[in-house]
Design a protein around this ligand. Sequence first.
Ligand SMILES: NC(=O)c1ccc[n+]([C@@H]2O[C@H](COP(=O)([O-])OP(=O)(O)OC[C@H]3O[C@@H](n4cnc5c(N)ncnc54)[C@H](OP(=O)(O)O)[C@@H]3O)[C@@H](O)[C@H]2O)c1
Length: 392
Amino acid sequence: MTCMVCELTVIFSVSAGMGTRLLHRTIRKNYFLRHPLPKPTQKQCMLHRTFPKPISNLSCEALVYRRHGAFSDVLHLEEVPLFYNGREDIYIRMLAAPVNPADINMLHGNYGITPCFPAIGGNEGVGEVIKVGCNVNSVKPGDWVIPTDSGFGTWTTHAVCQAHQVTSIPNNISLISAATVSVNPCTAYRMLMDFVTLNPGDTVIQNGANSTVGQAVIQICSSMGINTINVIRDRPNVNALIEKLRSLGATYVITEETLQKQEMADIFKVVERPKLALNCVGGRSAGDLFTHLMDGSTMVTYGGMSRKPTPVPAKAVIFRNIKLYGFWMTQWKKDNLHDVAKIKGMLSDLIEMVRKGHLLEPACTQIPFKEYETAFHDSLNPCGSKNILIME
Ligand SMILES: NC(=O)c1ccc[n+]([C@@H]2O[C@H](COP(=O)([O-])OP(=O)(O)OC[C@H]3O[C@@H](n4cnc5c(N)ncnc54)[C@H](OP(=O)(O)O)[C@@H]3O)[C@@H](O)[C@H]2O)c1
């Protein structure tokens, strides 16, 4: 039975205390974001006590944090109780979950959303449905599901959630593609679809082009016949990276320094100036993009990897009508949670690209869940490969 007050099942049938609060949050949607919930009154809490016991008590092992800080200080593998009510609930075995920059920022408390503590880390991943309650008909045992919204808490062996919290995806793509489709490819897709109308032959310019989002941008544009100018940081083996991004479909791959050189004029003898700029980096890398944009074009900022502000030339926005936007996939998901068809349509387009070999799985280092510390150490010193936790 679900409580009308706070969507919980049996929490207050357990005596009050720290443990109770952990159970409360674990049961409620299995994520701990600060959604404003009406506080149950004393009388309502008494009502909760009359609910029956859960049909089955389960537990999972999860990476839990109780305060913000460095992963080594705050993240711990813990056994967490799960409650499955056999009616509206879905019981999931997590299969794989990546460690994205946003997850690390969330641990540090430097992200747009903050969890209620204790919190389970991880926003992205894929799980397999083990069993569903009698009122659930959107998924069935064996289906693969991904979180519909951010803050799911994917760094866990198992989870219990409700139908609207997950979206089923086909299980005939690779585990890595499935575990990584809902953040970076979706971000690339939305930025290419939602800000300007792009036609074959148009040009998109982006910095941070070697990021996972950047690589998805390259591949989606390539499949749409859109030219890309891809800006990367210089490095000793830069030609190897240029070749790699070209093999994904990049039209041009240049270093940040090239943005200030004559070579840019040569590029624009061949392709149109960009209608759209995607900014992952900020700082000079972003400021130098303005010179090359078409008048009336759009710059979308989605990351700040350099941790420096973007210098915006006044003439770009006054005389050249260049428009500046930010994009945040988390907000897009929140704004579109009700629009299941739109979410499914986006995922279906991306998964079709994966199936056709137009969107490759990102380079990943697979790390057993129990060895999670390695995944986080490596994420501090990225070496071009995303770390992904594999649950067994
Ligand atoms: N707004 C949204 O909705 C949204 C969604 C997804 C991701 N993001 C953001 O997008 C960014 C990339 O995410 P991801 O998962 O694709 O990352 P990723 O695969 O881990 O790649 C990180 C990229 O950042 C680059 N980088 C790191 N420090 C840099 C610096 N100081 N200057 C220039 N480039 C630097 C790296 O360049 P090298 O290749 O040279 O090492 C690498 O290409 C992150 O900021 C993330 O938070 C935002």
